[in-house]
Write a protein that binds this ligand. Structure first.
Ligand code: SF4
Length: 208
């Protein structure tokens, strides 16, 4: 399995090149984007991020102090804005109360993941996205595109989040850069070829 997972990675990397993820300038922006992207397309998230930026609110400390109604209004383009405004308040409170990235970085990945999962609004995919792209911890992010790839290429009999995450983490070196690029490349693959209706002809993974 290790060879197969590496072959998939190598083929994707050769075709698509580095993806330079996460699409954000700061770690705060990664965290905010990871909440906003739940159940919506990235394009909608960009509009919500632009609104926050235009109002000087693309920082966790500032969101923590801002009233929820204002946040709701600004993040409307990302959908589920009532819920997501509450989640943004929760995650910003978490970072402020735990004295930010520097203090939290001192925790090991498992302990930090558990703390993140205790925040209402942070599920496994969101927690792992924050761990990988904001804290640069070597962890695999599992999203709908990853599940689709695993299923279509019969990489394992697994279907739930933990099993698929283990598939990658137990068979690949625990290298943050590798996990960073791998997840980004799977997203690229899903957008270009492995869509709901797959375009296998010409896909870099054709024949695997
Ligand atoms: S498009 Fe086809 S060949 Fe490409 S990853 Fe999806 S199922 Fe595999």
């Amino acid at each position: 399995m290790k060879e197969k997972l590496l072959e998939i990675f190598n083929r994707l990397y050769e075709r698509f090149g580095p993806q330079h993820w996460w699409p954000a300038k700061t770690r705060d922006e990664v965290v905010i984007g990871a909440i906003l992207t739940q159940n919506t397309a990235w394009k909608n998230v960009e509009n919500a991020l632009d609104n926050l930026k235009d109002n000087g609110l693309l920082e966790l400390k500032k969101l923590y102090k801002m009233d929820t109604e204002t946040i709701k209004e600004l993040i409307k383009p990302a959908g589920f804005f009532n819920q997501k405004a509450e989640y943004l308040k929760n995650i910003s409170k978490f970072f402020v109360e735990n004295r930010g990235f520097e203090e939290l970085s001192k925790l090991d990945t498992k302990a930090l993941r558990q703390k993140l999962l205790n925040v209402k609004g942070v599920g496994k995919e969101t927690a792992d996205s924050i761990l990988l792209y904001a804290f640069e911890k070597p962890i695999s992010v599992v999203d709908a595109y990853t599940k689709r790839l695993v299923k279509r290429h019969k990489l394992c009999e697994c279907s739930n989040y933990d099993e698929i995450q283990n598939l990658f983490m137990e068979n690949l070196p625990l290298d943050e850069e590798l996990f960073n690029e791998y997840h980004a490349l799977i997203v690229k693959l899903a957008k270009e070829f492995c869509r709901k209706k797959p375009i296998c002809n010409g896909c870099p993974l054709e024949g695997i």
